[in-house]
Write a protein that binds this ligand. Structure first.
Ligand SMILES: Cc1cc2nc3c(=O)[nH]c(=O)nc-3n(C[C@H](O)[C@H](O)[C@H](O)COP(=O)(O)OP(=O)(O)OC[C@H]3O[C@@H](n4cnc5c(N)ncnc54)[C@H](O)[C@@H]3O)c2cc1C
Length: 464
């Protein structure tokens, strides 16, 4: 087999891989991407973008419905046209995919279609759908192969048992849907379908959903899920299922009690697994943990120093922006820059309704002051009729430096960036409080929360 010599090769073109490729090219490297499917990865095709498309539309629908007493009936139909939605969603994906392809082309990045697997510490075999196999040796490699939905042995994928990918590709709106897993993907999908009028049940084996989120915020979210009539079953294990009359009946157990729920589809959202099992890792000296996660050092090098790993195949939250950040860092290190990763402020957003966003340190400690401002005292939130929420900032008790925070409420996904920047820039709560914010905006709640920390709030009289 002929062997082609490559400089920097990147396996996978998701938000980790394509961003690493562009940065590496900007830094003067000759870059090749190997992609077995479509350019853009999970995020573009089955993750962030399609899920936010349905979440955005479902929110508009729910808002219209809430305002029917003012506008009158806006639609003669009582449900969203899923076929039209799929067409619009695919157009957006296509546009974004074209954009990435254009950028790769402009940066003279070679794209090889095929599935890559290592055959040694410095070479890969790539097989494509036409049955061709090529060998490539490389100076540096970045593994960015991402993750895939975890299939549960007792709930195998099928016509009625879907992954998040299947749920986002539905061609018609179901009457009722059950979601197994109360993590962020399950909650986001649950809110979207409930906003569209679907009867939703969420089944979570843990004692609560979203355990990484603070209890006060979880409480506000659960009140809203309740208003949407989402049937939230926590501390409940799914133990089996039966398909009957184009429906699925899921058998459940809570301690010694047995019961069941019925739905058109069961969406299993029980975590994701890294795509490393068929990468030929055993032909290299790369170390993986027992879950298949690749071990890396603080410069994202695997135990083979010329091979790097980024994104969902390494530890940490599975998020597109984390993958992109790591991709840029790996490209810098390959170019000879001595960078190390800094995870102090990774924003995490749950696009539920209302949105939840976290950044930096989010748990109280004896050194941190916790300031909380309710959105019920924010004019913009009230005009939007979405004042159930809060902003929370953690700052050091001695110096007032901003260390973390959380937001639940409208535009939480945007507002959280202010706290992230404050952490990165080494700002204090006084710096935040002195920054003039436009009125009326949700972001004004940031000033108010910072002022609470300085002891001189304007629009509340005492801490919540
Ligand atoms: C429903 C859902 C919603 C999400 N929403 C958000 C969100 O709102 N915000 C957010 O930040 N994150 C979100 N995520 C997570 C986000 O999609 C991932 O964290 C992100 O895509 C990871 O990027 P990556 O580059 O590591 O891998 P991926 O995006 O998974 O890309 C990996 C690429 O590698 C290719 N590949 C795999 N193996 C090989 C091989 N052997 N050879 C060649 N190519 C290969 C794959 O085809 C794929 O294109 C969501 C995920 C899901 C499922």
């Amino acid at each position: 087999m002929e062997e082609k010599k490559l400089d920097t090769v990147i396996i996978g073109s998701g938000p980790g891989g394509y961003v690493a490729a562009i940065r590496a090219a900007q830094l003067g490297q000759r870059v090749t991407i190997i992609e077995k499917s479509k350019i853009g990865g999970t995020c573009l095709h089955t993750g962030c973008i399609p899920s936010k498309a349905i979440i955005g539309l479902s929110k508009k629908w729910a808002d219209f419905k809430k305002s029917e007493h003012i506008f009158g009936k806006l639609s003669t139909s009582n449900e969203m046209d899923m076929m039209e939605f799929q067409k619009d969603k695919n157009k957006t994906i296509f546009k974004l995919q074209n954009g990435i392809q254009h950028l790769l082309h402009k940066h003279e990045i070679e794209v090889v279609e095929g599935t890559a697997a290592f055959c040694s510490n410095d070479a890969l075999i790539v097989s494509n759908i036409h049955g061709h196999t090529n060998k490539y040796s490389f100076q540096h490699c970045i593994i960015a192969t991402g993750s895939e939905p975890r299939e549960l042995p007792s709930f195998p994928w099928g016509d009625r048992i879907l992954s998040s990918t299947g749920a986002l590709a539905l061609q018609s709106l179901p009457e009722e849907i059950a979601i197994l897993g109360g993590g962020y993907i399950g909650i986001e999908l649950g809110c979207a379908f409930a906003n569209l009028g679907v009867k939703v049940t969420i089944i979570e084996v843990q004692e609560d959903i979203l355990l990484m989120v603070d209890p006060k915020i979880r409480h506000i979210l659960k009140q809203q899920l309740n208003k949407k009539k989402i049937n939230l079953l926590t501390g409940v294990k799914a133990i089996g299922y039966q398909e009957e009359n184009e429906k699925i009946r899921i058998q459940l157990q809570r301690e010694t009690e047995f019961f069941s729920v019925q739905a058109d589809f069961l969406v299993v959202s029980a975590g994701r697994i890294p795509c490393t099992s068929s990468l030929g890792i055993d032909k290299t000296n790369i170390e993986v943990d027992r879950n298949g996660m690749i071990q890396v050092n603080s410069s994202l090098q695997t135990s083979v120093p010329t091979i790097f790993a980024i994104g969902d195949v390494i530890k940490g939250p599975a998020l597109a922006h984390k993958a992109s950040y790591e991709g840029k860092l790996a490209a810098e290190v390959i170019s000879g820059n001595n960078y190390v990763i800094d995870y102090r402020a990774i924003p995490q957003v749950i696009f539920s309704d209302p949105e939840i966003a976290l950044t930096g340190e989010t748990a109280p400690t004896e050194h941190l002051l916790e300031s909380v401002f309710p959105l019920g005292a924010n004019g913009r939130a009230l005009t939007l009729n979405q004042s159930e929420g809060l902003v929370k900032i953690f700052s050091t008790k001695d110096t007032g430096h901003v260390k973390g925070g959380a937001v639940i409420g409208p535009n939480a996904s945007e507002v959280i960036t202010e706290i992230t920047i404050a952490i990165e820039a080494g700002w204090t709560v006084a710096d935040l409080a002195l920054t003039i914010h436009p009125h009326p905006t949700i972001s004004e709640a940031i000033i108010e929360t910072a002022e609470l920390a300085t002891g001189m709030p304007i629009h509340v009289t005492s801490p919540m």
